[in-house]
Design a protein around this ligand. Structure first.
Ligand SMILES: [Zn+2]
Length: 60
């Protein structure tokens, strides 16, 4: 698998409502019980969930 950097003019699309995603909303979820913070990412247009992450983004 190869990672290819997108051009600045390319934006991902929401798989639910097809909106061009120039920004993504996220929310902290409660601690998962294993000491990790979880984030949930969702579309700012339709609020449907795009994904989860347990990456530490406490600097936001
Ligand atoms: Zn959407």
């Amino acid at each position: 698998m190869q990672y290819v950097k997108a051009n600045d003019s390319e934006d991902p699309k929401c798989p639910h409502c097809d909106a061009k995603l120039t920004k993504v909303k996220f929310k902290n979820l409660a601690n998962d019980g294993f000491g990790k913070r979880k984030l949930i990412f969702f579309c700012p247009s339709c609020n449907k969930v795009l994904g989860f992450s347990d990456a530490d983004v406490s600097y936001f």
